[in-house]
Design a protein around this ligand. Structure first.
Ligand SMILES: Nc1ncnc2c1ncn2[C@@H]1O[C@H](COP(=O)(O)OP(=O)(O)OP(=O)(O)O)[C@@H](O)[C@H]1O
Length: 227
């Protein structure tokens, strides 16, 4: 489902005489449906960079990033947006808050954008918000004024609303209390059970041991000259 072949990445520092910083070389990684792979490696090893390459936020210098048949490394922006709508989900700790949209609709939006009927999308959103302990009185409000932890849980509900075939999880359990953390781990396990291919960064060791089938150390993808 996710197939990364020989990917390299170089940053160009435009404000420093266009200095070229190679950060990744020869990255290979394949994730099957139903499998969760944890990215590990020291701080600065390139875990976030690899996630951003896969999501199409960063452009690879070379190689292929195949997701459900599309090569993200060589795709048009329009194709990447379509991929994000239907195939590839991304859950981070942080909610990008849209003012004036109710929490229920923020969570239902990924379903609405693929044509799910409004009632069904809102039912699913309500069920996730309840599972993640967001009080019902908040559902009609915009999450703009919510606490950091509430916004994080709204973001997780949104990330799991639609059944993406492939998912990227960036510290989804960070700073959650025990009960919500268990709920999120349950959502990840259900996503695997329905066949989602997942790549995650988890600093929470117990969490990653619970949900990951294997680990990939991204230090192995460091440029050879710098190694
Ligand atoms: N936009 C950027 N411009 C230049 N260098 C960058 C940029 N983003 C990341 N880097 C560099 O790429 C390397 C990998 O960073 P990355 O954030 O992917 O590491 P990480 O493994 O996710 O670290 P952490 O666990 O601390 O989040 C670092 O040396 C970092 O300085």
């Amino acid at each position: 489902m996710i197939d990364i072949q020989n990917v390299s990445k170089t940053f160009t520092l435009h404000n420093q005489g266009s200095a070229l910083i190679p950060v990744m070389e020869g990255a290979n990684l394949s994730v099957s449906p139903g499998e969760c792979v944890g990215l590990v490696g020291a701080s600065g090893a390139g875990k976030s960079t690899l996630m951003r390459l896969i999501y199409g936020n960063y452009l690879a210098a070379s190689g292929h990033i195949l997701i459900g048949g599309l090569d993200v490394a060589n795709a048009e922006p329009r194709e990447i947006l379509e991929l994000r709508r239907k195939t590839l989900g991304y859950v981070s700790q942080f909610l990008r808050v849209v003012p004036r949209v109710s929490t229920l609709d923020v969570v239902a939006e990924p379903l609405l954008s693929v044509g799910t009927p409004v009632e069904k999308a809102r039912d699913r959103a309500a069920s996730l918000l309840a599972q993640l302990n967001i009080p019902e009185r908040l559902w009609t409000l915009s999450p703009t004024t919510f606490s950091g932890g509430e916004q994080q849980r709204v973001n997780i509900a949104r990330g799991f609303a639609y059944d993406y075939p492939a998912m990227l999880l960036d510290e989804p359990t960070a700073s959650l209390d025990a009960q919500n953390r268990a709920t999120v781990l349950g959502l990840i396990e259900s996503a695997k059970a329905r066949g989602a291919a997942i790549i995650g960064i988890f600093h929470d060791e117990a969490a990653r041991e619970q949900v990951c089938d294997r680990f990939v150390d991204v230090s192995a993808f460091a440029p050879k000259a710098a190694a």
